[in-house]
Design a protein around this ligand. Structure first.
Ligand SMILES: [Zn+2]
Length: 206
């Protein structure tokens, strides 16, 4: 899991939530003029990456290439449906080639286990996992049933994720790539799997 940095609710969201009255309660989905500032805040907090696998999100097509993910699913946690602390961005139902996604929010669906999960908060969640040179993600420190469960529920050892991570780590060790290929120090933009590279090189994700 890649996790999200701290986030602050945009004014548009807090103003909208403050309109709550006995006659009206804010509910999901967000109106368009609320949705956009929320997505902008989340993108910044996640450095543009999927909160689970760390691939760069394609924000061209909401609901298809990325989606607004409720960590605690709306079906069981209705009161958290518009709570920014429960909302992250994840890979959408399809990848760029329009192939159904088999990982992340799409794999997790409405799963939740209150007693056995890891909150998607960087760097605490990231540090519960370790990336092997084979591309595999594993538990950083056994025993960690919650980390093991998250790998399984989010399908983080999907063949494509493993292949991508192995390729990147091979190229880092072969010195054809280095940290500067993943992080733009001028504007803070990061590329897919920057968290994997940072961990491998003992660096913190900015
Ligand atoms: Zn993902």
């Amino acid at each position: 899991m890649r996790g999200s940095h701290a986030k602050t609710a945009p004014k548009a969201l807090t103003d909208w939530l403050a309109l709550e009255s006995p006659n009206w309660q804010p509910s999901y989905p967000f109106p368009n003029d609320i949705r956009q500032p929320v997505v902008t805040v989340l993108l910044t907090a996640q450095r543009g990456l999927c909160v689970y696998c760390g691939r760069r999100l394609n924000v061209e097509n909401p609901g298809r290439f990325y989606h607004i993910e409720h960590f605690r699913p709306r079906s069981t946690y209705r009161h958290l449906a518009v709570d920014l602390h429960n909302i992250v961005l994840s890979c959408g139902p399809e990848d760029d080639e329009r192939i159904p996604t088999e990982t992340c929010g799409n794999a997790k669906e409405d799963w939740f286990d209150e007693g056995n999960h890891i909150e998607p908060v960087y760097p605490d969640c990231t540090n519960r996992f370790r990336f092997l040179l084979t591309g595999e993600i594993t538990v950083a420190l056994e025993p960690d049933e919650a980390a093991r469960t998250m790998i399984c529920v989010l399908n983080l050892n999907h063949r494509e994720l493993k292949k991508d991570r192995k390729d990147i780590l091979d190229r880092i060790d072969g010195e054809s790539l280095d940290l500067s290929d993943f992080i733009d120090s001028d504007d803070g933009t990061v590329q897919s799997y920057a968290h994997v590279v940072c961990q491998h090189l003992g660096s913190a994700l900015p």
